[in-house]
Design a protein around this ligand. Structure first.
Ligand code: NIG
Length: 385
């Protein structure tokens, strides 16, 4: 079996406090040996293996874990974005526009589009990714979207409850019944998680609970979109249902934060969505200080957040959400992993996945300090590699 050493690392972030300084487990003048996709050793510069990648004194990080994306879609909604910049509010209604475009696109073309987006994400440092359905919104197109997603990742999420599709407007409860029965049965073979958009205009708490419970009954663990556009029941519902994560968390009450802090549900922030919809940014500081586990994800989708750049999300989190750079980096690595209930990714310690990012920078601070600059020199390990 061929082993590879990433050598001559100026600053290595392991995310294993037993291996180095502080919660990030930082080491200087380090090297990492990877064999069969796993880290086998972390040591000083100069370890030897069959192959050698020279980091040339740069900073090396665990690959980013992007725990929230909607990559299976067709069509373009740039005009909606432009209208928002001119003052139009975001209300999620454009999900129907993307659904129409997605339904009328061939499977081969949808798969090609997903591959392009995954390649873009990998170039930007993401090595583990979650992909949701949610632009099919009928039995066949939801199953098809998940089948495509499953070709590329094990972290697939059934989001039939994204929005009531045009043909069910005024019959939301009938649509929820379809989601919980025939659609779920068709989606289940391709899905690991189940999700709902719990927000005014999408699904209320009872409808979202019904979806989460139907999924749980067949072994799909919940995640939930909540508290994106206004305060609402999403966070409390996610905690009550034992969801792995509640995503957006832009509007949180003190009770929401207490509920998160006393739970295993990760608060996942999606700052690029708040950027693109002109919402305020989430107050991550309050959530972290309360003791909750937090993650940051890209939320790559054509409506509210058309970016795969985790570096962009880090820069916002540090500039506008009260997070330190160390906290933001943890949120996109171990935080994302926690949101997917994984411990094998998001760190570089013996036994973990050998997924790494070499920066064109001496430290991770540059990810926020040099926003918009492509600082990812090399991404090592999966996303379909
Ligand atoms: O997470 N909020 C719901 N779903 C996506 C947006 C989908 C869209 O507008 O197409 C999100 O932001």
């Amino acid at each position: 079996m061929t082993a590879t050493v990433i050598d001559n690392i100026g600053l290595l972030i392991t995310n294993d406090p037993t291996l180095g300084e502080g919660p990030l487990g930082k080491r200087h003048d380090a090297s990492v040996v990877v064999e069969a996709g796993r880290v086998v050793s972390v040591g000083h510069t100069g370890q030897v293996a069959d192959d050698r990648i020279d980091a040339d004194g740069a900073c090396v990080l665990p690959g980013f874990v992007d725990s929230h994306t909607h990559l299976v879609f067709a069509g373009d909604r740039s005009e909606e974005f432009t209208a928002r910049m001119a003052g139009q509010p975001y209300d999620g209604g454009g999900i129907r526009t993307t659904t129409e475009a997605t339904r009328s696109t061939s499977t081969a073309e949808l798969d090609r589009l997903v591959r392009l987006r995954l390649a873009e994400a990998h170039r930007a440092g993401t090595t583990t990714i979650e992909i949701k359905s949610g632009y099919g919104l009928n039995v066949d197109d939801e199953a098809r979207s998940l089948d495509i997603a499953k070709r590329h990742t094990d972290e697939t999420t059934f989001l039939g409850a994204h929005l009531v599709p045009s043909e069910y407007v005024g019959r939301a409860d009938d649509y929820v019944a379809l989601v919980c029965n025939d659609m779920l049965a068709a989606a289940a073979p391709h899905a690991k998680w189940i999700d709902a958009f719990c927000e005014r205009g999408a699904f209320d708490a009872d409808q979202s609970r019904a979806v989460l419970e139907a999924g749980a009954a067949i072994g799909l663990v919940g995640r939930l979109h909540g508290n994106q556009l206004e305060p609402g029941p999403g966070v409390q519902l996610a905690v009550e249902c034992g969801c792995a994560s509640v995503d957006h968390c832009t509007y949180l009450t003190d009770d929401d934060i207490d509920a998160l802090a006393g739970s295993d549900t990760v608060a996942t922030f999606l700052p690029a969505a708040d950027f693109s919809t002109k919402q305020p940014y989430a107050d991550a500081r309050r959530v972290i200080d309360a003791g909750a586990t937090v993650a940051i994800a890209s939320n790559c989708n054509p409506g509210s957040s058309y970016t795969t750049s985790i570096s962009f999300c880090i820069a916002i989190a540090v500039r506008d959400m009260g997070m330190t750079i160390d906290e933001a980096l943890r949120a996109v690595t171990t935080g994302g992993a926690a949101a997917l209930r994984r411990t094998d990714v998001g760190r570089l310690s013996p036994g973990s996945a050998g997924h790494a990012v070499i920066l064109d920078a001496p430290s991770h601070h540059h990810l926020a300090y040099r926003p918009g600059v492509p600082l990812i020199r090399q991404t090592i390990g999966p996303l379909g590699s």
